[in-house]
Every structure is written in structure tokens, then in C-alpha cells.
Design a binder for this molecule. Structure first.
Ligand SMILES: C[S@@+](CC[C@H](N)C(=O)[O-])C[C@H]1O[C@@H](n2cnc3c(N)ncnc32)[C@H](O)[C@@H]1O
Length: 304
């Protein structure tokens, strides 16, 4: 258990999709002054070096953030706002990024949230893997708003619910498990039901891998049903970068069917009303930037 390490995957196409959606959603929610509780149920290290040993083993960022940076460097037209916002964040951790360099610091969701939060906001991060937990603590202690950042060595499925409803009645919650355990799929659905029961008006972003497993296939349908039954709106987006296959390196903690994952999705419950339009523009651009063959595609659907 807990052999999954996000450092092997940081900056891959799934991170590009998830973090683009996360930033666009948070930027919208920040338009209101009222404080936000930001909760990341499965945090990872928080910050990664793409020239580090873990990232180099898999080299997944080559078909993710590095490919997007190369695309942006050669773009003759302005990028779509959500993609530009995402790249602005990556740049803000690095300064100028030289073309082709792997000397890139990649901010995971905790670092992005900490970087974007305001003095009135609180950030709660959950991580169970001991080494990742220690790295997370160190990385977050050096960031802005460290005294508003709470790192918990605890089960994000269970303990995140203790912070709902938040005092200000406004929250953005990211649920981004490793799906290392088959039971994670069921736990995500149960967690969303419980979270909506405790705090129906929060904004919830749930990431999942698009892989040939019945549980993975079923998950977005289940999440949409849970949202609908709670009377809440939802948005569902996927990004596939190429034909599916198991051609990748099987890494420690990796389920065989996730090896060489080529597509992933996010379900957002109570999404900002502008998110659909933003992703309608951004997703085709991500397909253009990251797509490797004719199967590269996106999908986008929503309840309204
Ligand atoms: C996909 S990674 C998170 C990546 C991160 N959200 C990001 O976008 O940068 C999932 C993390 O969840 C951790 N984890 C696994 N089960 C957990 C649980 N029940 N509660 C909290 N963390 C858990 C893993 O150790 C791993 O670091």
C-alpha cells in the first residue's frame, strides 16, 4: 500500500487537465471577497522537480507540461485564457523557462492552491504516504500563507469531511486519489455523497483515470448521478492524448492497466457557470498541443 508516488507522474497530461480546471475554478471563486476553505484530499508532495530522479524515470512530463510549453513558445495566436492562466502559474514558479529544458519546478495542486490563496482563505491538505507527507510539510512551510496552510497526515476521504461545512460557507475541494487501490473508486463516490450531504453548495473537483477497468468507466456516471440526486449542477471533461495502450513503463505502485495512461477526466460539482465556456475553448487547444495521433480528443458535457 502507498507505493504510488506522484513524483513519477508530475506534469503529465492528466496534471495539465486537472490543474487547468483547478486554477480556472479557483480564479472564478476568488471574485467574491468572502473567505474560501481550500481542501485537497490527496495532496502528494506539493512541488516537484522535473529533472529529478522520479520524474526522469517515467519522463511523463515530456508529453504533458513540456509539450505544452513548446506549443506555447511556437504559438502565433494568443492562447485560450484558461491555458494561459495555467501556464502563467507554472512560469511564476520558474521565471523564464528555457526552451527544451527539464530544469522545471512543477507545482502540484497544494502549491498552486497556496500560491493562489488570499489572506482570508484557509488551505487543508491531506497526505497518507509518510515520505510524501514530510516533503509536503517542507514545501508548504516555505510557501506564502504557511500559517494558513494545514498539512494533515490523515485519510483525506474521511478527515476532509470534518472541515465541511466551512465557517464561511464557501469551499473548493479537490479529490485526486491515486486509484492505487480498487476500492478508491467506491470511496470517491461515497465521499462525494457524504460531502454533499454535509455541504451541498461547495465546489468539488474529482479527477479520475480513463482506463479499461469497469470501476473507472462507471465512476463519472456515478458522480453525475450523485450530483443530480442532490439537485446540484455538474460538468464533466475528458482529455485523451493518443490511442490507448499499455506501452509505458510500469512504475512502483502502478496498476498494470494504468501503465501508459493516455486519457483522464474531471467531474466538477457546482462548477462556476463560466467553466463550461472556458473549457470549450481550452480543451481543443490542449488536444492540439498534446495530441499525438488521430484518437486524441476531448469531451465536455454538463448538466445545464
Ligand atoms: C494523484 S496523487 C495527488 C496529486 C496532487 N493532488 C496534485 O495534483 O499535485 C495522490 C496522493 O494521495 C496519497 N494518498 C493515497 N491514499 C490517501 C488517502 N486515503 N488520504 C490521503 N492521501 C492519500 C498518495 O500517497 C498520493 O500522494
Amino acid at each position: 500500500m502507498f507505493s504510488y508516488r506522484h513524483a513519477f507522474h508530475a506534469g503529465n497530461h492528466a496534471d495539465v487537465l486537472k490543474h487547468t480546471v483547478l486554477i480556472a475554478t479557483l480564479e472564478y471563486l476568488k471574485q467574491k471577497e468572502v473567505a474560501l476553505s481550500l481542501i485537497d484530499t490527496h495532496a502528494g508532495n506539493g512541488l516537484y522537480r522535473l529533472d529529478g530522479d522520479f520524474a526522469q524515470t517515467s519522463n511523463e512530463s515530456a508529453s504533458g507540461i513540456q509539450q505544452l510549453l513548446a506549443y506555447a513558445a511556437n504559438a502565433t495566436e494568443p492562447l485560450t485564457p484558461a491555458v494561459q492562466q495555467y501556464l502563467d502559474q507554472i512560469t511564476s514558479f520558474n521565471g523564464e523557462i528555457k526552451p527544451g529544458t527539464k530544469r522545471i519546478v512543477y507545482p502540484g495542486s497544494p502549491a498552486l492552491l497556496q500560491h493562489l490563496m488570499r489572506p482570508q482563505d484557509q488551505l487543508h491538505l491531506f497526505e497518507l504516504q509518510p515520505a510524501d507527507m514530510r516533503a509536503l510539510q517542507g514545501n508548504m512551510a516555505q510557501g506564502p500563507f504557511a500559517n494558513h496552510t494545514h498539512v494533515w497526515h490523515a485519510d483525506g476521504f474521511k478527515d476532509s469531511l470534518k472541515f465541511l461545512p466551512p465557517p464561511s460557507r464557501r469551499a473548493l475541494v479537490l479529490c485526486d486519489p491515486s486509484y492505487e487501490l480498487k476500492t478508491d473508486y467506491g470511496q470517491v463516490a461515497q465521499w462525494l455523497s457524504d460531502a454533499l450531504r454535509k455541504f451541498a453548495t461547495g465546489t468539488y473537483i474529482i479527477w479520475y483515470p480513463v482506463i479499461p477497468r469497469p470501476e473507472a468507466h462507471e465512476l463519472p456516471r456515478k458522480l453525475k448521478t450523485i450530483a443530480r440526486q442532490a439537485g446540484k449542477s455538474w460538468l464533466h471533461a475528458t482529455l485523451a492524448i493518443k490511442t490507448g495502450g499499455k506501452s509505458g513503463v510500469q512504475l512502483p505502485g502502478e496498476r498494470a492497466e494504468r501503465t501508459g495512461m493516455v486519457a483522464s477526466g474531471v467531474v466538477v460539482v457546482n462548477p462556476p457557470f463560466v467553466l463550461r465556456e472556458q473549457l470549450q475553448q481550452a480543451l481543443p487547444e490542449l488536444v492540439k498541443a498534446l495530441g499525438q495521433d488521430h484518437v486524441a480528443a476531448h469531451t465536455l458535457e454538463s448538466s445545464a
